[in-house]
Ligand binder design. Structure first.
Ligand SMILES: [Zn+2]
Length: 452
């Protein structure tokens, strides 16, 4: 997916690079990677094919979203669940989601990814666990959209195998057999998973949650992930209802359950990770298990506050995720970083949770949660994934520190976005996408899904 053009990104207002001791005054992009960082307003040593005037722009590494359910853009702000906590929220939505079709999923994935891209996100993980009849190729549908938009994605082959009749939460017709899940997981890894630096599409295995899959599918997924060297993902410790479910069903707490099925390791990243005790935090940190913090979803469903700094101190990488659009209901990574700052300040105080901290979670932290070392930072040799923000807007007027302004004044829309050296957003518009036409089709699909 890399571009051949050599591009000089000239005179940015500010570049969020890992080392802030010397301001970066320019970048050279070549063959889809960051070739050189420029300082002291130096020009590149040799001529470039394109000179891009970045004056007035704040440049961040492309943001990385580590947890989502793209299909849920079809059920945003739906009245029956607006004021529900997780378990009743899920039980009301499952029958609606069970009607999802390939066309509707295609539109929902386009809208979710386009919304993320416009917020400066260049890599997105999706957790897709719905495979009702007729939607066996859900992940293939998503691969199509990722390629069309030119973003990077970690598509997780989710699963549900514990239906209501066996004591699980989802209705029986939305669950699959363990055999079907594993067979499709193997197919997807061999068909789509890219292993080299600069990968556009990767596959991970993602049983939905302790209350929707069997112990066997957790174990078999861990074994397959190890054999194929892919990552593992699930929801864990999101609510106290889930903790009660684990105690009643498995006779153990969530992290004990995770360990008992072979998941307590650095191949795993968990969405939410809220209800851990001190001893569990130490074990997760020692194992290097990643945590995706989803502040807006956690506030909307009143689930609790992730102990981010304790997890980091213990050794666990922390990334950010917008979570599904039925519990956020936005897919905006800048908005999420801002909410992470405010929510985490309530827990840890203002001094420790800075704009730099939350932007690092949204970039470097998220990259390590996804097991990637080639994205998430503006440094030589990294992939040229960049998000550029203009401060020429009423919300920034009178602001002073450009990086703090992005978070505190509430930047929500990138001006230009580059993925692998290619411009995907220019002047706030996605190149090659007819957004009004997409939204018209998406709105129709959303109404149809609810109507049944
Ligand atoms: Zn989720």
């Amino acid at each position: 997916m890399s571009a051949e053009q050599r591009i000089w990104i000239k005179s940015p207002l500010f570049v969020f690079a890992p080392d802030q001791s010397q301001p970066v005054t320019g970048l050279v992009i070549n063959k889809g990677k960051i070739e050189t960082l420029l300082f002291n307003h130096d020009a590149p040593e040799s001529p470039c094919d394109e000179v891009f005037d970045a004056s007035g722009l704040v440049i961040l590494p492309g943001l990385i979203n580590t947890h989502h359910h793209f299909y849920q853009t079809l059920t945003r702000a739906w009245a029956p669940v607006v004021n529900e906590p997780l378990f009743p929220w899920l039980k009301t939505l499952y029958p609606v989601w069970a009607r999802l079709t390939p066309d509707a999923l295609h539109l929902a994935t386009q809208v979710a990814m386009a919304e993320l891209l416009l917020s400066g996100c260049t890599t997105a993980a999706d957790h897709h666990y719905l495979f009702p009849q007729g939607l066996d190729n859900a992940i293939d549908v998503q691969v199509d959209v990722v390629r069309q938009l030119g973003m990077r994605a970690m598509l997780t082959r989710g699963s549900m195998s514990l239906g209501e009749k066996d004591g699980g939460l989802p209705p029986q017709h939305t669950v699959q057999t363990g055999e079907a899940i594993i067979r499709d997981s193997e197919r997807l890894i061999s068909q789509y998973h890219e292993r080299e630096a600069g990968a556009q599409i990767q596959i991970a295995l993602a049983p939905c949650s302790p209350f929707s899959v069997t112990r066997e599918i957790m174990q078999e997924s861990a074994q397959l992930a190890k054999r194929e060297d892919v990552r593992l993902h699930t929801h864990l410790a999101e609510t106290l209802d889930e903790e009660d479910f684990c105690l009643q069903t498995f006779g153990m707490r969530t992290v004990d359950y995770l360990e008992s099925v072979g998941w307590l390791n650095d191949r795993t990243w968990l969405a939410h990770g809220i209800h851990f005790n001190e001893e569990e935090i130490a074990r997760l940190g020692a194992a290097g298990t990643g945590i995706c913090h989803c502040p807006v979803s956690n506030m909307r469903l009143a689930s609790g506050i992730c102990p981010t700094l304790d997890l980091i101190e213990a050794g666990a990488p922390i990334g950010l995720g917008v979570d599904g659009s039925a519990s956020n209901d936005a897919s905006n990574m800048m908005y999420e970083a801002r909410q992470a700052l405010y929510l985490q300040r309530l827990k840890y105080g203002a001094e420790k949770i800075t704009p730099e901290v939350v932007l690092r979670w949204a970039t470097e932290g998220s990259a390590s949660v996804l097991g990637r070392t080639d994205i998430g930072a503006i440094a030589e040799g990294m992939q040229a994934d960049l998000a550029m923000f203009s401060l020429d807007d009423i919300r920034f007027s009178g602001s002073h520190d450009p990086l703090a302004a992005l978070i505190l004044c509430g930047a929500e829309k990138a001006e230009h976005v580059m993925v692998g050296g290619q411009w995907r957003v220019s002047h706030g518009q996605i190149n090659g996408l007819d957004l009004p036409a997409l939204l018209a089709r998406h709105r129709t699909a959303a109404s149809k899904l609810i109507a049944g």
